[in-house]
Design a protein around this ligand. Structure first.
Ligand SMILES: Cc1cc2nc3c(=O)[nH]c(=O)nc-3n(C[C@H](O)[C@H](O)[C@H](O)COP(=O)(O)OP(=O)(O)OC[C@H]3O[C@@H](n4cnc5c(N)ncnc54)[C@H](O)[C@@H]3O)c2cc1C
Length: 393
């Protein structure tokens, strides 16, 4: 059974099925033919965002009066799943949508009016800048500061590994507004790159995979950002805002892991049905069937686990512990699945002209970003001790 003939999920409405069909057509037409070219180019085409905006595939929950699709947030998951099913990890739509969710949930009315229409249309691309050279998992330890100076903040510091870093127009920057305020030290500042003298992008980082996603260092040298760009308008709310959104981000990473696992399976099944050795097809060996049986079973377990996480999310929000579980388990399982799929391709699985080889390098980062596997287990572990979960990148 391929993903095309799977029954809709228990959480899917009729509306979502329509969104899924639109997203699938869009991804088949606009992503699949371009993946290899984007990998060479080091980024996706800028007009992909505009095209997606026209189809209503960005920021599902942005209300129609602000230029958005006006749908339930779960539509974002459906779209992300279709993107992953093409095997693409280059288009940074996931993180763009996360910034949109920050604005929807925590932005002031003026901030929503100012940025959401442009983010929905693809006119603006967003990035989320938390990680620093000396602080990734340990978010509380960031050094970037945003110190109030009249009607501005002065932003100083640097960020690293930022998705959409080369292309982003609106960057949500985690910075300390008061170094001595403990858990209230961090705030989120929305910086418009075109209006930020002193802001500089480093080079597009040379990663082992995900070559079509631009990932960069960012530098802030006394950048003046208007005070009204403080997310929510109140200082010291950054950690709370991050803790509120990270479970959703981790759930989306789980959704993506499912789509990529399906893609790996489909590619591999096609390959082993075609390739011959010892006078028969590779798929006719019992070992191949057993390996594919394991992969397929893991995919169905992942799907079931995701369904229950998604339903928890739709019934009041997924909690930190559950989000950590789906994040670590689905990404670790994805990496095992892709490794098995490479093995079934033999030497061709190691050649970049085969999509499975690219995927092998691409998926590795899933165990790291959005919070590492170790940090996810730490968060789950805390639920046994009665201590507060806290924010970790
Ligand atoms: C492709 C890619 C895209 C990314 N995109 C973004 C982005 O858009 N925005 C952004 O802000 N960041 C982004 N990141 C950064 C990513 O979130 C961090 O790399 C990640 O959170 C880990 O932080 P670190 O690299 O500083 O590792 P460290 O925190 O230095 O961790 C190093 C190792 O120590 C382990 N470790 C750390 N603390 C503990 C602990 N308490 N217990 C046990 N083990 C521990 C970690 O699990 C890891 O194995 C991206 C990273 C990559 C690779």
């Amino acid at each position: 059974m391929t993903h095309e003939n799977l029954p809709p999920r228990p959480w899917m409405t009729e509306d979502m099925t329509l969104t899924q069909e639109t997203a699938r057509k869009f991804c088949d037409a606009e992503i699949t033919p371009n993946i290899e070219r984007w990998n060479k180019q080091g980024r996706v085409d800028r007009d992909l965002w505009i095209k997606a905006g026209k189809f209503g595939l960005i920021g599902a929950a942005i209300p129609s009066e602000l230029g958005g699709p006006g749908c339930a947030p779960a539509h974002d998951m459906v779209i992300l799943l279709e993107q992953a099913r093409t095997g693409d990890l280059g288009w940074g739509l996931g993180i763009h949508n996360i910034v949109i969710t920050y604005l929807l949930d925590h932005g002031t009315p003026a901030q929503k009016e100012r940025w959401l229409p442009k983010l929905a249309s693809g006119e603006m691309v967003a990035a989320l800048a938390m990680t620093e050279p000396s602080a990734g998992s340990d978010l509380r330890n960031i050094r970037t500061t945003a110190i109030r100076d009249g009607d501005h903040y002065r932003l100083n510091g640097s960020k690293i590994f930022i998705t959409n870093g080369q292309t982003a127009d609106l960057i949500c920057v985690a910075a300390k507004t008061d170094r001595n305020a403990g858990s209230k030290a961090i705030s989120l500042i929305l910086m418009e790159a075109a209006k930020a003298p002193g802001f500089r992008r480093g080079r597009n980082l040379d990663k082992i995979g995900m070559k079509s996603q631009d990932t960069s260092e960012l530098f802030f040298d006394d950048v003046e950002v208007p005070a009204e760009n403080l997310l929510g308008g109140e200082e010291g709310r950054g950690l709370y805002q991050l803790m509120d959104q990270l479970p959703w981000e981790r759930l989306l990473i789980g959704v993506r892991a499912l789509g990529l696992s399906e893609y790996a399976f489909d590619q591999t099944l096609r390959y082993v049905q075609d390739r011959q050795a010892f006078g028969q097809r590779i798929v006719d060996f019992q070992n191949t069937q057993f390996k594919l049986a394991e992969v397929k079973t893991k995919i169905e377990v992942m799907r079931g686990f995701l369904d229950s996480c998604i339903m928890q999310h739709m019934n009041g929000g997924i909690d930190v512990t559950m989000a950590a579980m789906i994040k670590w388990w689905s990404t670790e399982t994805l990496v095992q699945i892709v490794d098995d799929c490479v093995q079934l391709h033999g030497g061709y699985g190691y050649m970049l002209e085969y999509p499975i080889a690219r995927l092998y390098a691409d998926v590795r980062a899933q165990r790291i970003y959005g919070g590492t596997t170790e940090i996810m287990k730490m968060l789950i572990g805390r639920s046994f001790t009665g201590k507060k979960p806290g924010a970790a990148g």
